[in-house]
Design a protein around this ligand. Structure first.
Ligand code: AVJ
Length: 315
């Protein structure tokens, strides 16, 4: 499989733009953020329950285990700013320990965000919950209500791993800018480990991850007036050793011609559409990445197998 980067430049705003540009590019690649429509979010939720998908349960256990120590290191009265609002269980663990003054979940999906925020506000009556609908991949100004307290950024799930190093550094710097002086960042980083463990986590026996990947094609058909034959493609998960990342691709099992948004495309048998990178880190590479992004690591926690880590860093 080719090793490649994506051209940099302004982030396109629409699903259609990203799909058309991605199908035209060589190698073909569509940004992973488009996985998460309602079906995709449900499939991801199912992935987190799979026996092979260790990250969610491992990170949750680390948080449960280290939460009091984390709270002690960051101190009381902070505003917890979560980048993404999809980690209900982990958020609750953190909020119970840290007892912050405010909780600011940031997500581009406003409906989901407001639902999640309302549920949390009901459970934590003393907490000021301030949902903020925004694309956190861009620099942002936090809502006034959260501006007074010092911040604790929370970015679990190793979602940082979806970005290539340059993009990850940009995001960390943007977070540093929005969280301000004296901020902490608590971030999940999945570890480099045995290749078979990694591949199985992204190519499970029940085919849930395959369905998650294939849903991107189904979504293209649903939303972009596409006529892609789903049976012309199959899910592939490969470990790219040089880049230290799992790549997901949709591979054409036969020549496939289709129309999307009125444009005609042809994918030859064996060609792939690259749909996701999930970078994995060593303790050293994670530290280096954080420092390049303007954050000084303070402490790191890991599970007994060293499969996942949660790192606390300081602005
Ligand atoms: C939500 C980006 C952390 O990379 O492990 C799970 C997404 N993709 N299975 C990951 C995902 C395939 C997940 N992140």
């Amino acid at each position: 499989m080719a090793v490649h980067g994506r051209p940099t430049g302004p982030r396109s705003v629409s699903f259609l733009d990203d799909v058309l540009a991605g199908l035209e590019a060589r190698p073909r690649a569509i940004p992973a953020r488009w996985f998460y429509d309602r079906e995709g979010s449900e499939l991801f939720e199912a992935i987190t329950q799979l026996p092979e998908y260790y990250p969610t349960r491992t990170e949750t256990a680390i948080l449960e285990h280290a939460c009091d120590e984390m709270a002690e290191l960051v101190g009381p009265g902070r505003a917890v700013v979560e980048f993404g609002a999809g980690s209900a269980t982990k958020t609750r663990i953190l909020l119970r320990c840290v007892r912050p003054a405010a909780y600011v979940p940031i997500d581009i999906s406003g409906d989901f965000l407001r639902e999640a925020a309302a549920a949390l506000a009901a459970e934590f009556p003393d907490l000021s919950v301030v949902p903020f609908e925004a694309d956190f991949m861009r620099p942002l100004t936090l809502p006034d209500a959260a501006m007074r307290a010092p911040k604790l950024g929370f970015f679990p799930g190793s979602t940082i791993g979806n970005l290539e190093p340059a993009g990850a550094v940009d995001l960390l710097r943007a977070m540093r800018g929005s969280l301000g002086e004296g901020a902490f960042l608590l971030i999940g980083a999945d570890r480099v480990k045995d290749r078979d463990v990694l591949v199985r986590a992204y190519d499970d026996a029940q085919g849930v991850t395959a369905a998650f990947n294939m849903n991107l094609l189904a979504r293209i058909n649903r939303e972009l007036d596409g006529d892609v034959s789903l049976d012309a493609f199959r899910h592939r998960a490969v470990w790219n050793e040089d880049a230290a990342r799992i790549e997901m691709h949709l591979e054409a099992v036969r020549d496939a011609g289709f129309t999307v948004g009125g444009r005609r495309f042809f994918v030859a048998a064996g060609e792939t559409i690259h749909t996701e990178n999930s970078h994995k880190y060593t303790p050293e590479s994670a530290r280096l990445l954080l420092r390049a992004g303007g954050w000084e690591p303070v402490r790191a926690w890991e599970d007994a197998r060293g499969w996942f880590s949660v790192i606390l860093a300081e602005a």
